[in-house]
Design a protein around this ligand. Structure first.
Ligand code: AR6
Length: 332
């Protein structure tokens, strides 16, 4: 599941369990997002903050949200940018880690961060965004209790930076271990059920998944039939998979699937780039695939990627099931 979201908004309007405040060490209010939060939460917030005894840079403290829609406010103090030689990066990472630690301790499941330190404190925006995404991503890996983290940008520049970084966190790796084969089998189950039931029906989906996309079936394809499998991760989360097989000077693209909620994250484009590179490395001069005739969305997507219709093929796959496919081809 996608647990990271990037939006532009006024953070004081968000209806989440907690919003994070980019405060200063006094915790007694200030300008920027801090000022906005104090204004919206009301004077009770200042009273609560007075009891906290300040906060060190890189640390975090928690108060109720008072008049805000969010239940809690986590106050963290980002570093003032001084050129990068004063542990600013580590301190900024610590703001995200400590805020998330407090979230876990207080049963918070949804949390929104502003772009800490990138306003008055002058931290370079791109570096700050990269630290923010990495820190959050690494925390989420071991903390399933946090359901959603929102990066709440205020300016278009930060929004663009975060989205670009988010796109570049796509990784595509060859499936090697049994554990990875199982991960792909789980993805296959999800994708086939969410995408193919309306095209070929539940019975055929079950048949396909059991016979061709189970961990056993895929292991066999890898070990004895010359198939390569690749797992696609987005922000470290398993998001799709690719399967290919070289036949002569043609690369057969057997599978290229992305789970529904990860569409629109740039995986399609990155995946195709990867497949073309792999094809060239193996000495292929074209890529061929088959796609169900009624799978119009995928056909459109492949056409957009430059594939052309190259005929059609009907295949008997056993137990009375027939696949009626378009053959599509991309010359390299
Ligand atoms: N919602 C979301 N983000 C906002 C909002 C808002 N309502 N208002 C501003 N931002 P800054 P810092 C963005 O300066 O750099 C305060 O005086 C803003 O565009 O608020 O950590 C404190 O008391 C920017 O991207 O925080 C400290 O003294 C980001 O929030 C000092 O500023 C952070 O900008 C902290 O400086």
């Amino acid at each position: 599941m996608t647990r990271i979201e990037i939006i532009t908004a006024d953070i004081t309007h968000l209806n989440v369990d907690a919003i994070v405040n980019a405060a200063n060490r006094s915790l007694l209010g200030g300008g920027g997002v801090d000022g906005a939060i104090h204004r919206s939460a009301g004077h009770e917030l200042l009273k609560a903050c007075q009891l906290l005894g300040g906060c060190n840079t890189g640390d975090a403290k928690i108060t109720p949200g008072f008049r805000l829609p969010s239940k809690f406010i986590i106050h963290t103090v980002g570093p003032v940018w001084q050129g990068g030689r004063y542990h600013e990066k580590g301190l900024l990472a610590s703001c995200y880690q400590q805020s998330l630690r407090l979230a876990t301790e207080n049963g918070i499941k949804t949390i929104a961060f502003p772009n800490i330190s990138t306003g008055v404190y002058g931290f370079p925006k791109r570096e700050a965004a990269s630290i923010a995404i990495e820190s959050v991503q690494s925390y989420l890996k071991t903390h399933p209790e946090i359901e959603r983290v929102i990066f709440c940008c205020f300016d278009d520049e930060n929004f663009e930076i975060y989205n670009k970084l988010n796109y570049s966190t796509i990784s595509i790796e060859r499936v090697q271990s049994e554990k990875e084969v199982q991960l792909v089998a789980d993805l296959a189950y999800t994708i086939w059920n969410e995408h193919y039931v309306q095209i070929i029906g539940q019975d055929q989906v079950n048949y396909m998944v059991t016979n061709f996309q189970s961990a056993e079936a895929m292991s066999k394809q890898i070990q004895t039939e010359g198939y390569e499998y690749y797992i696609i991760r987005h922000l470290s989360e398993p998001s799709g998979y690719i399967s290919t097989k070289l036949t002569g000077d043609e690369l057969f693209l057997s599978k290229f699937y992305v789970i529904k909620e990860k569409r629109g994250t740039g995986i399609g484009k990155e995946g195709l780039k990867f497949i073309c590179e792999r094809a060239r490395t193996l000495g292929a001069n074209s890529i061929k695939l088959t796609v169900n005739k009624y799978n119009t969305n995928s056909i459109k997507a492949y056409e957009k990627m430059g594939f052309i219709n190259f005929g059609s093929v009907v295949a008997d796959i056993g137990e009375g099931y027939v696949m009626d496919d378009f053959v599509m081809k991309l010359d390299l």
